[in-house]
Write a protein that binds this ligand. Structure first.
Ligand code: EPU
Length: 431
């Protein structure tokens, strides 16, 4: 297995480019099943999660061509309605095949994705939404079986305990675009990735009003057609690079990201005192004297502070002057990185779903274990601020969601090497 060896190397400097958004590209790839015509997708990041999704599309019968890196031409002329466990288990997001299969095939059998380290990932709201669309849903043998022969639009309130659901909204919108009648979807997720999906669907001929708001009105059409679409930039990748610049007191321009996609995150950094220059399509982080200030953050659905930038901000807060409180409302267990940061010298106490982070910690390199995608990023960011070498194991989590991570950061001065577990010094494992 690959590991990263990361060494603190002072301020990062230069320009770094953001790639296509993983969480936009995944449902968008699934949406290509909604038509028998070719959909051309550009700016699709090269990540293991994309490869899983392409494999599933191929399995259900789509033809996939990659004419050049980042571009996929997908034609789903004849497809089946079954997404089996051996493919779905590799990636939770494969649940967003449900909507397109239901819409196009009027039935679906999709394996229920397995557990997840960041906490329970139920799909009850996806099921409720389908039932409100007059589908019969049955769960047996680890599969969701949907009979959508009588599908029709209707009013749906899709909110749960934590508010809206991102892939749940994607699924129900995709199911509704080809359903007869009109669907009023309330408490729809407003994340930019859902907006991107809706924009693609409109290009394909769907009728959706209220895009970007919590109330979507979808008028079913008979058929969708092919189109070309460029996936939006990855706001979470951009946010991760911004923290990399901030934690090293660097001068870094993050290019290819509209600041308005990151308003809640940038607002917190501004409160912390990080000097930044916002362009139309770029964010420049400037070096600063003294320390950043602590912040109090609660993760919430968009436009609130994103859970996917919670761990990274936590790493930065270990270096501020004071006590920060980070409360996780979307996935209360999403703090697996905390014990690893503690091993590096961070002073963090957990109080229920809140991390109380005492700043000004002197971090030092240690062998640490990545537990999920964003936790991996947080450990690397902390390693930039640490003395000595940090060895990060299980970086396959990182490879799911960050494209050419070490190459991009090395180009602006970071010291990250991808090595094999067997290259780790033996003394790290001695008592
Ligand atoms: N929820 C339910 N029932 C459901 C669905 C969700 O109770 O049927 C709850 C969840 O347990 C959670 C909350 O609703 O507490 C929000 O979950 P959501 O459905 O919005 O999450 P998701 O669609 O499964 C996407 C991203 C995640 C990101 C979340 C929240 C994709 C592929 N994944 O997950 O991304 O954290 O939205 O913004 O889009 C990541 O990229 O690292 C990642 C985990």
């Amino acid at each position: 297995m690959d590991v990263f060896k990361v060494s603190g190397n002072g301020p990062l400097n230069g320009t770094i480019e953001v790639g296509g958004a993983k969480n936009a590209a995944l449902p968008i790839l699934a949406a290509t099943l909604l038509t028998d015509e070719t959909v051309v997708l550009k700016n699709v990041p090269d990540l293991s999660d994309m490869r899983f999704m392409i494999e599933i599309l191929q399995h259900v019968g789509a033809e996939t061509v990659q004419p050049e890196p980042g571009t996929w031409e997908i034609t789903a002329k004849k497809i089946t309605h079954v997404a089996p466990y051996e493919l779905v288990r590799k990636m939770r997001a494969s649940v967003c095949l449900l909507g397109p299969l239901v819409a196009r095939m009027r039935r679906a059998e999709v394996s229920i994705p397995g557990g997840c380290v960041i906490g329970p990932r139920p799909i009850d709201l996806h099921i409720k939404g389908l039932q409100k669309l007059n589908c019969k849903v049955d769960i047996s043998n680890g599969y969701v079986h949907v009979d959508a022969s009588a599908i029709k639009g209707g009013p749906i309130f899709l909110g749960g305990r934590s508010g809206s659901t991102v892939t749940g909204t994607a699924n129900i919108v995709m199911a509704a675009v080809l359903a007869p009648g009109s669907t009023r979807l309330e408490c729809a997720a407003c994340e930019p990735e859902v907006v991107d999906l809706c924009n693609l669907l409109v290009k394909m001929g769907a009728k959706i009003d209220g895009i970007g708001s919590p109330e979507l009105i979808i008028t079913g059409v008979e058929k969708l057609h092919g189109c070309e679409h460029t996936v939006i930039a990855d706001r979470i990748e951009a946010g991760t690079f911004i923290v990399a610049a901030a934690i090293t007191r660097g001068d870094v321009t993050v290019k290819g990201i509209a600041p308005k996609l990151l308003s809640a995150f940038l607002d917190k950094l501004e409160e912390a005192g990080l000097p930044m220059e916002l362009g139309e399509d770029s964010i420049r982080v400037l070096p600063y004297e003294g320390s950043l200030k602590p912040v109090d953050v609660i993760t919430l659905p968009h436009p609130g502070y994103p859970t996917d930038l919670q761990a990274q901000l936590g790493a930065l807060m270990t270096q501020t002057d004071g006590i920060s409180i980070i409360t996780e409302r979307i996935y209360p267990n999403r703090f697996m990185h905390v014990p690893e940061l503690q091993r590096m010298g961070a002073d963090i106490a957990m109080e229920g779903p809140s991390a109380i982070i005492k700043g000004a910690s002197k971090l030092s390199g240690a062998p640490v274990m990545a537990s999920d995608l964003r936790a991996s990023a947080a450990l690397i960011l902390a390693a930039f601020a640490a003395t000595g070498d940090t060895w990060i194991q299980r970086i396959y989590h990182l490879d799911r969601g960050y494209e050419r991570f070490e190459q991009k950061l090395t180009a602006i001065g970071a010291k990250i090497e991808r090595l094999s577990e067997k290259d780790m010094p033996k003394e790290l494992f001695e008592e």
